[in-house]
Design a binder for this molecule. Structure first.
Ligand code: SF4
Length: 369
C-alpha cells in the first residue's frame, strides 16, 4: 500500500497554537505555488514509477482556502502522472467558514470522498482564543453541505480550564455534524507560538489534567460506538483513515509541496518549509528536499515497532520477522519482559493494553537499541 500527501501552505490567519507550514501573508503566491506543485508531482511520479497508490491526502494549511480549480488541477495532475487505484481514498482538509456549495461540488466531482474538518472546539470563546477563523455554527453549516459524506473532525483537548463536560459537548457537536471519524489531539505548545505564553503562565491544563480528559474522551466515545484505533484517532466501524493507517504500518508515501515528508524505498525525506526556496528549487530543476535519511537495520525495526504500538493493531510478529529476517520475541525479550504488565499478546500480535495506550511513549522507548 502507498499514499500521496499534498501540502497547501496557505491560511486566512495564523492560529495561536500553529507550528505548521502555513503562511497567511503568502496567499498571493497561490498561482505560482500550484504551477510548481504540478511540476513536482510530475517529477516525483517519474522518480517513483511502477508503484500503485491507494490514498491521497490534501492537507495544510487550509486547502479549502484556495480557488477549487487548484484542487481539481492537483488531482487531475496526480491521476495523470501516478497510478492511482480507482477506489482510492481521497481526503481533503477543510476549515469551516472557507467552503461553499460550489467548492464541495468541485471537490466531489474531482473524486474527493473524505472530508476532514478542523473543528477543534465547540465553544466560540475557545475558538476565538485559538484565533480560529470560524464559529461552532460555521462547523455545522459546513457539515450540512457535506450531508451523507465521509466526515472526520479534529478536536483539541488541554485548553485553559477545559472540563470533560466541555469536551463531551464538542464531541456531541461533531457527531451531530455527521463525523464518523474523530481525531482528538492533546494541545502541544511549541516555543515561538503565541499560546506558548499561556503555557509559561501556567494557564493551560497540566499533562495529568489533559491525561484525565483524554481517558474521559475514550470512555465517552466508546459509549457512542467510536472505537480507538490509534492513540488520537477514533471511528465508527469501517471508517478508519486508510491514509494514516498506511503511515502507522510503515507503508510508503510520497509527499509533494512545501514541508511535505516522504518515505519511499527505505528513504525518509522532507521538503523545505520555505515557499520561495521550494518554488526556486522546482523551477530550476533542483531538489526541494532539506533532509534525507536511509532508514535501515535497528532503526527500521524500531520505526516499525514504534508506529505499530501506537495503534490497536500492535506489532504483527510474523510480518515483522518476515520483513526484517528477525525473531522479534527473542530479539526484544528484555523490553517485552520489562513491560509485561502493559503489553498483551493476542494471537500473533503484541500490543499495548488499552488502558496504557495514552502513556505509550515510555513503553515504546524500551524497544530502542
Ligand atoms: S488552520 Fe491549521 S494550518 Fe492554518 S493556521 Fe490554523 S492550525 Fe495552522
Amino acid at each position: 500500500m502507498a499514499g500521496i500527501y499534498i501540502h497547501i501552505p496557505f491560511c486566512k490567519s495564523k492560529c495561536t497554537y500553529c507550528d505548521f507550514a502555513s503562511y497567511p501573508k503568502e496567499i498571493g503566491k497561490t498561482e505560482a505555488y500550484f504551477a510548481c506543485l504540478y511540476r513536482e508531482i510530475k517529477g516525483r511520479a517519474e522518480q517513483y514509477k511502477n508503484k500503485v497508490y491507494d490514498t491521497v491526502y490534501i492537507g495544510g494549511g487550509t486547502p479549502s482556502i484556495v480557488d477549487p480549480k487548484f484542487i481539481v488541477g492537483t488531482l487531475r495532475q496526480i491521476k495523470k502522472c501516478f497510478t492511482l487505484r480507482a477506489d482510492a481514498e481521497i481526503t481533503i482538509e477543510l476549515n469551516p467558514g472557507t467552503v461553499d456549495e460550489n467548492k464541495i461540488k468541485a471537490y466531489k466531482s474531482a473524486g474527493i470522498n473524505r472530508f476532514s474538518i478542523g473543528l477543534q472546539s465547540g465553544f466560540d470563546e475557545e475558538l476565538k482564543r485559538l484565533n480560529r477563523i470560524h464559529t461552532a455554527k460555521d462547523f455545522l453549516n459546513t457539515c450540512n453541505l457535506l450531508k451523507g459524506e465521509n466526515i472526520s473532525a479534529d478536536i483539541l483537548i488541554g485548553l485553559w480550564d477545559q472540563k470533560i463536560e466541555d469536551v463531551k459537548k464538542t464531541i456531541d457537536l461533531a457527531i451531530l455534524g455527521g463525523a464518523k471519524h474523530l481525531s482528538v489531539y492533546a494541545l502541544t505548545c511549541e516555543v515561538g507560538t503565541p499560546i506558548y505564553t499561556d503555557f509559561l503562565n501556567g494557564e493551560l491544563l497540566s499533562d495529568d489534567e489533559t491525561g484525565e480528559l483524554y481517558e474521559g474522551v475514550v470512555a465517552y466515545l466508546k459509549g457512542k460506538g467510536y472505537s480507538r484505533y490509534e492513540v488520537s484517532n477514533f471511528c465508527l466501524p469501517g471508517f478508519e483513515s486508510k491514509h494514516n493507517l498506511n503511515y502507522w504500518k510503515r507503508g510508503e508515501y510520497i509527499g509533494c509541496g512545501v514541508s511535505a515528508s516522504s518515505f519511499m524505498d527505505g528513504r525518509r525525506f522532507t521538503n523545505t518549509f520555505k515557499i520561495d526556496e521550494y518554488m526556486n528549487a522546482v523551477i530550476f530543476n533542483k531538489s526541494p528536499e532539506i533532509s534525507s535519511d536511509v532508514i535501515e537495520g535497528d532503526d527500521a525495526k524500531f520505526e516499525y515497532i514504534m508506529l505499530g504500538l501506537r495503534t490497536k493493531y500492535g506489532v504483527d510478529v510474523e510480518k515483522f520477522n518476515k520483513e526484517f529476517g528477525a525473531d522479534f520475541m527473542s530479539e526484544y525479550k528484555t523490553a517485552l519482559n520489562k513491560n509485561k504488565p502493559y503489553l498483551e499478546i493476542v494471537g500473533n500480535v503484541v500490543r499495548i493494553k488499552d488502558e496504557y495506550l495514552y502513556v505509550q511513549n515510555g513503553i515504546i522507548t524500551e524497544f530502542m537499541k
